[in-house]
Ligand binder design. Structure first.
Ligand code: T4K
Length: 375
């Protein structure tokens, strides 16, 4: 049994004194939120880190996604994936749009471009693909379809902070990309999120939509909400960003040890980075195929007995949640259904000791024999 419980992830935090130093000025200014100095500074730092011209910060990734849908004035239906966190679909539905679920690719669990066109009709306004686990979607194929049909592309890039393809930042893909800066993400601002976008005209709209739709001191043009990042969260982001490359380098060592231990084992499918992609090692998904010798749930239980808490990201499919299952049939997306029924995300964070990785892998592989002993 592990000495301490090992959870699926652990938030990255800067040295305590560094954060205290960063927030010291707030006691002088008493400026705590509503797009203050820290907020502006983090925007500048992120533009530079992500290589983008336009960014808007938010309270969280979910509100960021809702806001960009609102700011683009989208109506109709949206082609998207059911293999994601509830947030992606909820944002679409909460903004009055209809999700059209399309299946994913077996290789990396991202939206399959070959299936997108079948789902498009005259009421389709956008494609919302997800760079799930930080695996990049086939952005070129998706963009070609969007251009052909005059659709917007908004990436749910919640998992893809810092990921690049052939030296190009994923934050530049499509019309917009939403990032989550939740505590569980590679880069966190405690809670937070951002939208990076190509059309500079969106900046004012996003800033207005996240601030009650206020357009001038005496006018409110939109029925906006409140989704402004506060100064304490922005300060956390400023500090965490300074250490991010080091954190990702440590994650790489952890991920590579997992792959060394697990890749090639019968019935196990891991997700290796694609050629030309600079990965962020956000998650460690493993699919247990039927010939592994134990089911995904057997493995989960075996890990739990050792106080190791893996998670079933993403099971069930969003289309199987109680709030959607009446309207959708998950057998229409068989590859997503197959992966959801067999996937586990194993513990992954920068400071996860290599000995623990070895122990987790041993427990995973031993689940085959303990299954035999139990039967
Ligand atoms: N799109 C996608 C594809 C997403 O995955 C997400 C969020 C979003 C959109 C929306 O972005 P945000 O609005 O959240 O910015 C977690 C996160 O809450 C959620 O942000 C994330 N995806 C989702 C995949 O995972 P839970 O309910 O599974 O998290 P929880 O509380 O069980 O935490 C998991 C583990 O993380 C814990 O066992 C320990 C560790 N942890 C957690 C917290 C809260 C920490 O180390 N520190 C912490 O503060 O949803």
């Amino acid at each position: 049994m592990a000495n301490e419980p090992i959870l699926v992830t652990r938030s990255s935090m800067p040295p305590f004194d560094e954060y205290v130093e960063e927030i010291r000025s707030l006691w002088e200014t008493h400026w705590l939120t509503n797009m203050g100095d820290k907020h502006h500074r983090l925007e500048r730092d992120l533009k530079s880190y992500l290589g983008v011209d336009n960014i808007a910060l938010f309270t969280n990734g979910h509100n960021a996604l809702e806001c960009v849908i609102e700011a683009m004035g989208l109506t109709g239906n949206v082609v998207t994936t059911p293999y994601t966190f509830a947030s992606t679909t909820h944002a679409i539905v909460r903004k009055g749009l209809e999700p059209r679920f399309v299946d994913i690719k077996e290789s990396d669990y991202t939206l399959d471009p070959d299936l997108i066109e079948e789902a498009i009709d005259e009421n389709t306004c956008a494609i919302v693909p997800v760079h799930v686990y930080g695996n990049l979607c086939d952005n070129e194929a998706i963009q070609a379809i969007a251009d052909k049909h005059g659709l917007k592309v908004i990436y749910d890039a919640a998992h893809a902070f810092g990921v690049e393809k052939n030296g190009v930042s994923a934050a530049t893909f499509g019309d917009a990309s939403m990032f989550s800066f939740h505590a569980t993400k590679v880069f966190n601002t405690i809670e937070g999120g951002a939208v990076c976008f190509s059309d500079p005209a969106l900046l004012d709209l996003l800033n207005q939509w996240k601030n009650f739709g206020i357009t001038s001191p005496e006018d409110v043009e939109y029925v906006g909400g409140n989704a402004k990042m506060n100064e304490f969260c922005a300060a956390m982001g400023i500090c965490n960003l300074r250490h991010l490359d080091e954190e990702i380098a440590k994650r790489k060592i952890v991920a590579e040890r997992y792959w060394e231990n697990l890749d090639g084992e019968k019935g196990i499918k891991v997700c290796l980075p694609t050629q030309g992609v600079k990965a962020n090692y956000a998650y460690l998904p493993v699919v247990f195929e039927d010939d592994f010798g134990a089911t995904r749930d057997d493995v989960l239980a075996a890990l739990k007995r050792e106080t190791i808490f893996a998670r079933k990201y993403f099971y069930p499919l969003v289309s199987d949640f109680a709030c959607y299952r009446e309207e959708y049939d998950s057998s229409a997306t068989p590859i997503a259904a197959h992966a959801a029924a067999r996937v586990l995300t194993l513990p992954m964070y920068a400071d996860l000791p290599i000995d623990d990785v070895d122990y987790i892998c041993k427990t995973v592989l031993d689940a085959r024999t303990s299954k035999l002993e139990l039967t």
